[in-house]
Design a protein around this ligand. Sequence first.
Ligand SMILES: Nc1ncnc2c1ncn2[C@@H]1O[C@H](COP(=O)(O)OP(=O)(O)O)[C@@H](O)[C@H]1O
Ligand SMILES: [Mg+2]
Length: 396
Amino acid sequence: MENDKKANVKKLPLALFEPDWGSPLVKTIIELERLRVKKLGGPVPPYIFFQLKDIFQILESLGSARIEGNRTTLAEFVERVIETPNKKTSDEKIREIFNIGKAIDFIDKNISYNGPIQRRHISEIHKIIVDKLSIPPRGEGSKYPGEFRKVPVAIKGSSHVPPDALHVQDYMDELINFINGRVSPQHDLLITALAHHRMAWIHPFDNGNGRVIRMFTYALLIKQGFQVKNGRILNPTAIFCMDRKKYYHMLEQADSGEKDKVLAWCEYVLNGLKTEIEKIDKLLNKDYLLKSILSPAIAFSLERENITQREYEILKGVIANPKMSIKSADIEKMIGHESSVQRSRIIKKLKDKGMLIPLKDKGRVYTIGFANNYLLRGVINVLEKNGFIPMSLNKN
Ligand SMILES: Nc1ncnc2c1ncn2[C@@H]1O[C@H](COP(=O)(O)OP(=O)(O)O)[C@@H](O)[C@H]1O
Ligand SMILES: [Mg+2]
């Protein structure tokens, strides 16, 4: 939000404070370091993993938009995801959420372990996030997509006055050097937490700062070795969207620049991250996923009559296989005494609904599809019951 008020803006040095040995923050950092290098046991096949990742991308995008006042609930958004496979919509509130998903795709493609995060990445993320959104107060877009602000800015719900537009470039250069110039690996996580606050404090854009900053944190974690391509799912926004008031309060405390308050901010971010990672790692255990998530999810869909009894049996057969995939001949066997025309029709219907997905290079082998069809309702319902979804996503 723009603000014409002239204000005295305090300078805040970008300091890498060292936490004390024995502090809870150091304990959290050590545990996160263990998670960073941990190999996941009993991993799920990639075609299942990437669907789970898509679902967490939905949660991440929605959570981030909701922090900024978007009131779409998870239940509503799930329906939109199912209805809008091409992600083209005339509804700005929904586009705002899809845009964040596109920014995640951009980061997954362009940010890599130990690679740099440059100004051009940050600009591109901003452009994607505000794409085709009206400028405030009508919408959540920006007057200068991809460019730093040329005007003063105020933060709604906070007393922090971000630095004069004249200094934004210098502050951002300093921040970009800070994140790319590695002090030593044990500082990585501290840098991630500090950089989130720092960019929020600078507030480089006229609007869209919060959404860019949370993506920036996601990008930094990938850069630092929390590899999403190696079977890990990250959902850092969950830390912040669980309790928006707390998020704003912790940022405001850190605005003081005082060591203990800045480190309290780091503790808040990194402790949240640890909890999230531990939780999601559990989901990526194949036995857990089968018994506690996918089986109950398809049962839910049967109960709600989103699938027929026969479709349910087939999908159950698919996920029960060790690789969560099945040969079409085996599906035919499961269907039993129907005519071959009828068997093909049943399989075709499941393929058309996206619930059976052919696997490439494997001839007639299928896996289950659950990330963008009616099965998603069941998966979300079960994830919710098992504590994977911030409660705040469903409040109006
Ligand atoms: N006291 C504060 N100090 C620094 N940053 C803050 C403070 N309070 C809130 N913020 C950040 O400002 C963001 C809101 O800025 P804004 O440009 O409106 O982003 P968006 O358009 O994505 O809503 C919040 O999501 C948060 O990240
Ligand atoms: Mg805004």
